[in-house]
Ligand binder design. Sequence first.
Ligand SMILES: Nc1ncnc2c1ncn2[C@@H]1O[C@H](COP(=O)(O)OP(=O)(O)OP(=O)(O)O)[C@@H](O)[C@H]1O
Ligand SMILES: [Mg+2]
Length: 268
Amino acid sequence: MVRRSRRPSLARPEPFLRSLVLVRERVPSFDHYPFDIPALRALTKLDFNPAVTIFVGENGSGKSTLVEAIAVAAGFNPEGGSRNFNFETRRSDSPLFEAIRLVRGIRRPRTGFFLRAESFYNVATEVERLDSAPSFSGPLAPVYGGVSLHERSHGESFLALAVYRFFANGLYVLDEPEAALSPQNCLTLLLRMHQLVEQGAQFVLATHSPLIMAYPGATIYVLDGTGAHATGFDDVEHVRLTRDFLAAPESYLRHLRDAAQEPEPGYS
Ligand SMILES: Nc1ncnc2c1ncn2[C@@H]1O[C@H](COP(=O)(O)OP(=O)(O)OP(=O)(O)O)[C@@H](O)[C@H]1O
Ligand SMILES: [Mg+2]
């Protein structure tokens, strides 16, 4: 079972990624995407946690844009996969990766994976395509648990990936890993992350899930209109709102309804 602790009690390996610097001279314009996103416009330097770094923030605050840029700067395919994946179904990377510099540690990752919830289907398709072509390295399906990722549910296939394809000493960049997972399986993912961190892995991820944010000792950056701010778990808005709502859903909804300024469209 994963237990929360206020003190970072987990192993602290030497990180693959130490920090991220926005090289402002490389920014073509702060008036256009992605540099016009307020949290990114204010970015200077972010230190990565040697184990788990988590980006949180409202929808549209820039998490996916930042996480994708980190992944591409680290050598991953913008749509996801391991470093050996180079498929492209649509151009999705933003020029942010060209303007950031990753400060690397002395260790090099032995493996890794970039996973975006929104393009997981394409990653599964690429695994099948690579398997259908002749290869010196043999089929990939056994690496993913022996069953095509398309023949599992979304959550099952995601977990298969984390269990069978995430190895020790890897760098893992994940965008909303909770998207497919039940709360129980969010905990399974946390446990897997914990095992891998103890074996030298480093995680950088974006999430809306308070369960994932509760990873003990993680560094949490909240992206908002003024930048990216390191924030304690208990002070993250997602956590406070979830706690308050679950403590009293009826009165919370009543409060929201009473606080609403405008009536619903077509409602009198
Ligand atoms: N290709 C693009 N061109 C222009 N603007 C974009 C593009 N992709 C994203 N944006 C805008 O950039 C902002 C940040 O988007 P991003 O996807 O990074 O947000 P997010 O924090 O990941 O949101 P969510 O929580 O909904 O996943 C949004 O306002 C979005 O509309
Ligand atoms: Mg996103």
